[in-house]
Design a binder for this molecule. Structure first.
Ligand code: SF4
Length: 235
């Protein structure tokens, strides 16, 4: 059985997918987003080792809290760097009637990922910017990667939530919202767009790890701005 490297587990989360969810933060990320609030998940090495069955046993203890919408979410880091593990874990969850969700940057796409997606009930896909330049500069991959990923989700008809962190001076504008709305019009699999305010509370983690927080100079968006942008979202 595949071993998964896991950074941390949140038994009952309400922010990462529908309903109440058991959230598994996988260890390792291939990107280095300027707005990342989980730098502790970056290193490909380390993390606690679990088998899919060991995680399933934990998830099952919280099943009564999930209701009709909740379930398990794998986040990270980039969970699809460990696609075999995700496939095995989600297959076991489906056998138990537990809803499955992946929170991903959409930057990894291969046969193993497609297999993991085949047992995924929802994808939370981060779309960070509306152009390649910002993607290359502030994420570390081309915008073509998440768009190709989105095409696969659409083909597989996997319900998709687009998530966008609103970062003042970079993407807090109407063009950016129009871009997200345009994706929703183009790809039928998208049934929700979520705008999340950029947060700086993670700065302490960067300091503890002696890492430079690239977006330290950027302010958090205020409520009015979030309301204004939210009012322009079509889904
Ligand atoms: S993909 Fe996610 S975990 Fe990786 S650097 Fe970006 S925000 Fe952080």
């Amino acid at each position: 059985m595949t071993i998964g490297k896991i950074n941390s587990i949140q038994s009952l989360g309400a922010l990462d997918g529908p309903g109440i969810r058991f959230v598994v933060f996988m260890q390792g990320c291939n990107l280095r987003c300027g707005c990342c609030h989980n730098p502790e998940t970056w290193a490909l090495e380390g993390g606690d080792e679990y088998t899919p069955v060991a995680i399933l046993e934990k998830v099952k203890r919280f099943k009564s809290y999930f209701g009709s919408k909740g379930g398990i979410t794998v986040s990270g880091g980039e969970p699809l760097l460990q696609a075999d593990f995700v496939y095995e874990l989600f297959s076991l969850c489906h056998d138990e009637g537990i809803n499955t969700c992946i929170d991903t940057s959409g930057s990894v796409l291969n046969d193993k990922v497609i297999k993991a997606l085949s047992v995924t009930d929802r994808v939370l896909l981060d779309i960070k910017y509306d152009n390649d330049e910002d993607y290359l500069k502030f994420v570390g991959c081309s915008i073509e990667k998440p768009i190709a990923f989105l095409k696969s989700l659409n083909k597989m008809k996997i319900p998709t939530t687009i998530r966008n962190v609103v970062i003042p001076s970079l993407n807090d504008n109407e063009d950016s919202i129009e871009y997200l709305n345009g994706l929703a019009n183009q790809f039928g699999c998208i049934d929700k767009i979520e705008l999340l305010p950029f947060k700086k509370i993670c700065k302490v983690k960067y300091d503890d790890m002696k890492l430079h927080f690239k977006f330290d100079h950027i302010n958090e968006p205020n409520k009015e701005l979030m309301q204004k942008l939210n009012s322009k979202i079509i889904l």
